[in-house]
Design a binder for this molecule. Sequence first.
Ligand SMILES: [Zn+2]
Length: 183
Amino acid sequence: MQTPVPATLSGEMPETVNFKRQVELNRVYVGDYPLVKFGRLKDVLENTDGHVTASIEFGRSVGFACVKAKVSGRLLLKCQRCLEPLETEVLGSFKFALVRSEDEHELLPAEFEPYLLEGEEQSIIDLIEDELILCLPMVTLHEDACSGYMEKQNKKVKAAIEAEKESSNPFAALKSLKDDLSS
Ligand SMILES: [Zn+2]
């Protein structure tokens, strides 16, 4: 009898596979997916250079067919204050029990999150993309003051203070009157 050995296939990462079949094979995939593959995530990215690293493990957990994965990567998002790019590290992990129907779902212990299998093959890309989207920060802001933006704001504030000083200083008005008369 053959003991299933996790097959770590580096480099060639599949986009779609038959999840149930991978469970039978105890398949493990470790490698990179280029960011351009993630159609929905692309909308929030400042650019799609780079990749995310994923390790995806198919197997059984207390008898239930499962897929678990870890994903990590550096995404270039837009700072919501200064609108400049901001590199954000994302790190996610998930575990799903694979079910074929609502009935199978009912049988799952509460701690299992179900993944409904549809069709012959399922998309690993979609699975990873869902996780990446969940990992996105609620608010994207530079940690320290955004330099360019803060400079502009400081200038505005200074100008406003100057204007305020001018208008509240009676001598300023007098001075400009005098300047007018002498010119
Ligand atoms: Zn910023």
